[in-house]
Design a protein around this ligand. Structure first.
Ligand SMILES: Cc1cc2nc3c(=O)[nH]c(=O)nc-3n(C[C@H](O)[C@H](O)[C@H](O)COP(=O)(O)O)c2cc1C
Length: 178
């Protein structure tokens, strides 16, 4: 059976360590394709060549132009959205598609393709009333949102430790979603 993992990342500090889940997912037998929001892509431009080499696939940041040829990504088995920002969590819960990453996550929900979401939000963002509504909407749509004791624990503003982001929990959930 194909094991294709779309790893879609937003502009939160753990994105700078994306090589870790890419390597770990590869070791777990996943064929990994990496998508980035434009802001996440801007933050990590110096690592793109390495990630393309590691995955064997081009990165996706922006939608294809109408009529443009496919870049050859295989269809996803499971999609992991991590780190998921407040901005992108709210966008996909509301069905908004401001970026290719948000659009693809919306499509995963619509097609009932397995989607795992692991936020990275500080406690100020996490207590915004829309965030709780968005998490509830995504869970009701069948997408696990890994937050709290079984996922990402929101930090105080300015106290984030991106190197401790629990990537393994998102990959465990992807394995379980198969
Ligand atoms: C240094 C820095 C750290 C940030 N960390 C976070 C974060 O942990 N979580 C979050 O939701 N937004 C964070 N932001 C804000 C997002 O980058 C911003 O909302 C951005 O527009 C998100 O875009 P995206 O969802 O398209 O990736 C951070 C911004 C900066 C400059």
């Amino acid at each position: 059976m194909d094991r294709v993992l779309y790893l879609l990342a937003c502009a939160a500090p753990p994105v700078q360590h994306l090589d870790r889940p890419v390597r770990d997912a590869g070791a777990r037998g996943w064929d990994v394709c990496v998508g980035l929001t434009p802001t996440a892509a801007e933050w990590t431009a110096d690592q793109h060549a390495e990630w393309e080499e590691l995955t064997g696939h081009p990165l996706r940041v922006r939608p294809r132009l109408p009529g443009a040829p496919s870049d050859g990504w295989p269809p996803a088995t499971v999609t992991v959205l991590a780190p998921a920002t407040l901005n992108t969590v709210n966008a996909i819960a509301l069905g908004l598609t401001p970026t290719w990453v948000a659009a693809n996550a919306c499509e995963a929900i619509g097609k009932q393709r397995p989607l795992v979401v692991m936020p990275c939000v500080n406690s100020a963002y996490a207590t915004h009333p829309q965030f709780a509504r968005s998490v509830e909407t995504l869970r009701a749509a069948g997408a696990p949102v890994l937050l709290g004791k079984d996922g990402f624990v929101p930090n105080e503003p300015g106290q984030g430790r991106p190197e401790e982001y629990p990537w393994h929990l998102a990959l465990d959930a992807a394995d379980e979603a198969l």
